[in-house]
Design a protein around this ligand. Structure first.
Ligand SMILES: [Zn+2]
Ligand SMILES: [Zn+2]
Length: 298
């Protein structure tokens, strides 16, 4: 597992890389522009070039882009669709340029419209955005389930994959906080394993591309997206360590998005905590497997 955090790109990509290294990350997630504004920003060619060089043999092994929050691929509104598609396409092209392992996007909201039609619109936009870019994967993130948000269940997410044409470039990003908030009990190893069984049955393991490891301020099924520092929320040490040691997540980049213990952005303490929790989870699983083996021998 590549342990990482969301870092600011203030000052450019090289600066973002530096922040990742300072905090002890193996992977970084960045916004490709201000997440609450439509105005697209393009990284300077010399910044991109220097960043690619750093990524060649540096401590950071993976970079993922998070798309703008304003995007709503589920909307019916023409103007909004135009802006959303342009923004999503731009993110994917930036992803192509910097060799990103994916662009994470929230499937959006159906607002008051019927679910089926909204999912169809999301599929259509995903298909168009992929056609307008070359290589970068597009990762649909599960949502906390507030109001009419789309992508609350694996079936809903898979529906989008299918309607978008099933391209290999479509993957999913599972967020632990959103999962708990939308009603998936993932608070220990066994409960999480059962949920991931369902997920893999729906998607196949190869579409699992990225995880967001956030604790949740609000309880199971609350449908509210309020992140907490790792171990300080409803998932606690047990839930976070389970998520960080789930065998099927082993090859993925894992991002803590903040707020951290000391500030809004994940800091070195948060990344250290993440590693600690992962170690704890792995040790627990090892102990349990050994006990099982012993019991079988008797
Ligand atoms: Zn997330
Ligand atoms: Zn969130």
């Amino acid at each position: 597992m590549l342990i990482g955090g969301h870092v600011s790109t203030a000052g450019g990509l090289v600066k973002a890389h530096e922040r990742g290294v300072e905090r002890g990350c193996d992977a970084i997630q960045v916004f490709n522009q201000s997440p609450r504004m439509w105005r697209p920003t393009t990284w300077k060619p010399n910044d991109v070039e220097a960043f690619l060089e750093l990524m060649d043999d540096g401590p950071i092994k993976s970079v993922v882009i998070h798309a703008v929050y304003l995007i709503n691929p589920g909307t019916k509104d023409k103007e909004m669709r135009k802006k959303s598609l342009a923004s999503l396409t731009h993110s994917l092209r930036m992803g192509d340029a910097i060799g990103a392992d994916g662009v994470v996007v929230h499937p959006g909201s159906r607002l008051k419209e019927p679910l089926d039609e909204a999912l169809g619109r999301v599929g259509e936009m995903v298909r168009e955005a992929l056609a307008e870019s070359d290589r970068c994967p597009l990762l649909l993130e599960n949502t906390a389930g507030a109001g009419g948000t789309l992508g609350r269940t694996f079936a809903e997410l898979y529906d989008v994959v299918r309607r978008a044409g099933g391209s290999k470039r479509i993957g999913i990003c599972l967020d632990s906080c959103h999962m708990l908030a939308s009603g998936f009990d993932i608070r220990d190893d066994a409960a999480l394993a059962a949920v991931i069984d369902d997920c893999v049955a729906e998607f196949g393991l190869e579409r699992l591309a990225c995880i967001h490891v956030n604790d949740s301020q609000t309880p199971l099924g609350s449908n509210r997206d309020r992140h907490a520092p790792l171990g300080d929320g409803e998932l606690g040490d047990k839930g976070c360590s389970a998520f960080l040691s789930e065998p099927r997540f082993e090859k993925l980049p894992a991002f803590f998005e903040g707020p951290g213990v000391e500030g809004k952005e994940p800091g070195a303490v948060d990344i250290a905590r993440m590693r600690e929790l992962r170690k704890k989870g792995l040790a627990r699983r090892k102990r349990r497997a050994a006990a099982k083996k012993k019991a079988r021998r008797k």
